[in-house]
Design a protein around this ligand. Structure first.
Ligand code: FES
Ligand code: FES
Length: 171
């Protein structure tokens, strides 16, 4: 059997917006968005877990909505907007969710954290004042082995207050 050199296996190419920047990438056509982000673009913030759609560790935002990047073919992302944890902060500052997770111990081993952060961002973009139950429901697809979830819920609630305080100082 002949094995093609890696470069000749990269037969698909897309242009999409990754964390606000127009990005071109070539990759093998069978690859998932998770694989292209990590292996072809070096964005390893998005974590590789079960690859079966069960753990939630690979979540990113696709056109503002959480998706499991292990279940999305990269070729289907042409022309679309992808946000990963690397794009959460702005102007060199952490996103209030990242600050709150650090302050309240909501990231322990950290493996689930990038996906939970982007999933929580999508929730707060849509619903700036979610109830505890709405937070719980939004991240119900993200497994965390370390925290018992309480610190995560509290950190999302703390981020709500931080974001509201930031907005009141701007207006
Ligand atoms: S890696 Fe587990 S859901 Fe994608
Ligand atoms: S902090 Fe370890 S899995 Fe969530």
């Amino acid at each position: 059997m002949t094995t093609l050199p890696i470069e000749s296996q990269k037969t698909s190419q897309i242009r999409f917006t990754l964390n606000g920047e127009e990005t071109d990438v070539c990759f093998a056509p069978y690859k998932t968005l998770l694989e292209v982000l990590r292996e072809d673009l070096g964005h390893t913030g998005t974590k590789h877990g079960c690859e079966l759609g069960e753990c939630g560790a690979c979540a990113v935002l696709l056109d503002g909505k959480p998706v499991l990047s292990c279940l999305v073919l990269a070729v289907d992302c042409s022309g679309r907007q992808v946000l990963t944890v690397e794009g959460l902060g702005e102007d060199g500052n952490l996103h209030p969710l990242q600050d709150a997770f650090a302050d309240l111990g909501a990231a322990q081993c950290g493996y689930c954290t990038p996906a939970i952060l982007v999933t929580a961002k999508a929730l707060l973009d849509q619903n700036p004042h979610p109830s505890r139950d709405q937070i719980r429901e939004a991240i119900s697809g993200n497994l965390c082995r370390c925290t018992g979830y309480l610190q995560i819920f509290e950190a999302v609630e703390a981020a709500v207050l931080k974001i509201a305080a930031q907005k009141s100082t701007v207006t």
